[in-house]
Design a binder for this molecule. Structure first.
Ligand SMILES: Cc1ncc(COP(=O)(O)O)c(C=O)c1O
Length: 488
């Protein structure tokens, strides 16, 4: 017989799989009689029940059919052509225009460079890892959060288990509207807010609702890759406008991109340079948007952390013409795996964005929204923020001290006034020698990352982006001391 039974896998399943494989491969033609259950059981040395079970499954799935009084047969209606399972072909190799199985959108995705530096593997982190985007597990009030989530799980009301509203839970939207008004000068009503799965989804929804292939989008240079990729995937043409010490140089938008649909900006703390957009530039950007009918997408991803200088309120709060779409995230202030963020929309955009959100994933998970509404509403969030701000301020001070002490005038520091990262330019290292220096630092246990990938026009100097949210002050000092030893 064709079948050798092995130990460890249910016997009925083995018999079923063996027949299934033979039938699909065309080795048992349609209408062929299967052995009688009794004979096969005897031959295999198993109980008749084992074979009966396998045959039942073949019958139920349509591989076989029973004929009254004469046994079990391979289904007569099956096609003759064998279907031998082959390994799936790699989608990236299916490229030839006209023959690609991918949509235009899919083909554009296939053209994008791989996402990097990628998901953070906590196990593989270097001891002194300045990777941007990693939170501090110690800063987060895990006990309070777990208490809220557990209580809500135990309550287990039906309301928390059925589909929720696509725009998000009302208590969270109310809590967010109040918080954003208080802390960021964002003028909004709760019904202008849509809760999203992190600001990446805010970017994706914005591009779905506002952009067609070929549309122009003004972006900062350098810029956040999460945004640049979304616009590239939409087939939009990115118009990169340089950033200087006052932020995006609005005067340089004209006249090339007067017909842009959107300008994506990070005015509170430009990513990655960290510069703050001046008030004059903010007003000029608003004036440009009003005049051209473009929207401004304001990404306020980390403005909660500000160490020096007066915080400048959001551009959204200065907007009198409904041109600003404001987005925020809990990735920096809580933790990124939470996947919670929000959009504040001009009223005419609420309905199309809500429809797009429903189509993408119906809504953001209810339990986390409810927990967060309670966390914000009961004051835990702002208490956590005050504490985290102090913790980050100490880390930042340690980093600035260590950079001054160990690298002195061999580095120029940029964008340290806010957020949880800064940029350093290394005067001793040629741009082309940076990879070697990064490898040497890694050999010393220090993880540092180049800033060049964020630029469209590559910088001539060697620059690093240093994230410091997850490190202790002492690790920061040791890391920079070791880094200095390889900066030559
Ligand atoms: C400029 C910018 N926007 C947004 C985010 C956060 O994205 P998300 O909310 O999808 O985690 C980051 C985080 O790296 C960022 O640097």
């Amino acid at each position: 017989m064709f079948l050798k039974l092995v130990v460890g896998e249910p016997l009925g399943q083995q018999v079923y799989h063996a027949f299934r494989r033979k039938i699909l491969a065309g080795e048992m033609a349609p209408a062929t009689r299967l052995p009688s259950t009794r004979a096969l059981a005897l031959e295999l040395g198993v109980s008749r029940n084992v074979v009966l079970l396998a045959y039942e499954q073949l019958l139920a799935e349509g591989y076989a059919e029973g004929r009254a009084g004469s046994g079990t047969y391979v289904a007569a209606a099956l096609p003759e052509t064998p279907r031998i399972p082959r390994p799936q072909r790699d989608a990236r190799r299916v490229r030839a225009p006209g023959s690609s199985p991918l949509s235009r959108y899919g083909r554009r995705l296939a053209e994008l460079p791989p996402v990097g530096p990628g998901a953070v593997s906590v196990e593989n982190r270097l001891p002194y890892d300045f990777r941007y985007g990693v939170p501090s597990a110690d800063d987060f009030p895990g006990g309070v959060w777990r208490g809220i989530v557990a209580r809500r799980m135990r309550a287990g009301s039906l309301g928390a288990m059925v589909y929720g509203p696509p725009e998000g839970q009302a208590p969270l939207r109310q809590a967010l509207a109040a918080y954003l008004k208080r802390s960021r000068g964002v003028a909004s009503e709760p019904d202008q807010i849509i809760v999203v799965n992190g600001s990446q989804q805010a970017l994706d929804l914005t591009s779905r609702v506002l952009l067609d292939a070929g549309d122009r989008v003004v972006i900062e240079d350098p810029q956040y890759q999460g945004a640049r990729r979304v616009f590239a995937a939409a087939g939009a043409t990115a118009v990169a406008v340089p950033v200087d010490a006052d932020g995006l140089d609005v005067a340089r938008i004209r006249p090339r991109a007067t017909v842009a649909r959107l300008a994506y900006v990070t005015p509170s703390h430009q990513f990655p340079t960290g510069v703050v957009m001046s008030l004059a530039r903010r007003l000029a950007l608003l004036e440009w948007a009003e005049r051209t009918g473009a929207y401004i997408l304001e990404d306020d991803y980390d403005s909660e952390y500000r160490y020096e200088g007066r915080p400048i309120e959001a551009v959204q709060g200065l907007d009198t013409a409904g041109r600003v779409i404001y987005m925020g995230t809990f990735s920096k202030v809580l933790f990124p795996a939470l996947r919670l963020g929000y959009l504040v929309l001009p009223p005419p955009l609420v309905a199309p964005f809500t429809a797009a959100k429903w189509l993408t994933d119906r809504h953001t998970a209810t339990l986390e929204q409810e927990a967060l509404a309670e966390f914000v509403g009961d004051g835990h969030f702002e208490r956590h923020l005050r504490r985290a701000r102090m913790r980050h301020a100490s880390r930042r001070a340690a980093l600035l001290d260590a950079l001054t002490e160990h690298l002195g005038d061999r580095v120029e520091i940029m964008g340290a006034n806010a957020g949880v990262h800064l940029v350093v330019w290394l005067s001793d290292v040629p741009a082309r020698g940076l990879d070697r220096m990064i490898a040497a630092a890694a050999a010393e246990g220090v993880g540092v990352y180049p800033v060049a990938p964020y630029y469209i026009e590559p910088p001539r100097r060697a620059g690093l982006i240093l994230g410091y949210a997850s490190l202790t002050e002492s690790d920061i000092r040791t890391g920079i001391r070791r880094l200095a030893a390889v900066v030559t």
